[in-house]
Design a protein around this ligand. Structure first.
Ligand SMILES: [Ca+2]
Length: 219
């Protein structure tokens, strides 16, 4: 029974992921200047990718080692479009201005990530305590620390993907130094709610038939 459910779930997910495409991958390996708004900018040039279609969205994969996660401000820019704020001093609040203490990120960002807002990642059910944050998260989205989440990756919806993309990383507080290891851009499908519900409904229906069949057999 468990095997049947796992197989069906795999097929449902696999069909959503089959169109993912990596459009750039950049190895940096440079330290981010501690306590400086000048930061570190890394630029990647995409060519031949064309327009981001309506059924697709942008995902950013980010690897940063060391430092203090709550110090970092990270955004992605492309041409004249408004930037997407990926990180803005994760965990920082009026009561905890230093933010979260983990040392590094090995994460992906996409707007509808189930783990939710990366700014409060320690409050998420998807948070696994450790030295480096992992998993897929929604961008912080706040231009200002106390502002609204208006700067999401949806700023790039329907854009021409070709051209220069810049990832900017700054460390805004003294003590601890982070290192930008690498980053990449991926085009992934927007999950379709109807498809997910159909998959779950199918699984429940088949599971019900399986149980009914078992009862008949055992009678
Ligand atoms: Ca620092």
């Amino acid at each position: 029974m468990k095997q049947a459910i796992l197989t069906l779930t795999g097929l449902a997910c696999g069909s959503l992921l089959s169109h993912a495409a990596l459009i750039s991958s950049t190895t940096v390996g440079m330290d981010v200047l501690d306590n400086s708004i000048s930061g570190l900018a890394s630029t990647a040039t995409v060519s031949g990718a064309g327009t981001l279609s309506a059924g697709s969205q942008l995902q950013v994969n980010l690897n940063i080692s060391g430092g203090w996660n709550g110090d970092l401000y990270v955004y992605l820019s492309h041409g004249d479009l408004p930037v997407a704020i990926l990180l803005n001093q994760a965990g920082a609040t009026a009561g905890n201005p230093a933010g979260y203490e983990e040392a590094g990120f090995a994460v992906s960002f996409r707007d509808n990530a189930l783990n939710g807002d990366v700014h409060y990642y320690q409050n998420s059910a998807g948070y696994v305590p450790g030295s480096v944050l992992t998993g897929t998260w929604a961008p912080d989205g706040r231009l200002q620390l106390n502002g609204g989440r208006t700067s999401m990756l949806s700023t790039f919806n329907n854009c021409n993907l070709d051209g220069d993309w810049t990832l900017f990383v700054a460390d805004l507080a003294a003590g601890s130094t982070s290192r930008l290891e690498s980053w990449s851009l991926e085009v992934v499908p927007v999950p379709e709610a109807n498809t997910a519900y159909f998959g779950i409904a199918t699984i429940i229906l088949l599971a019900g038939r399986f149980v009914a069949g078992q009862r008949k057999t055992s009678q």
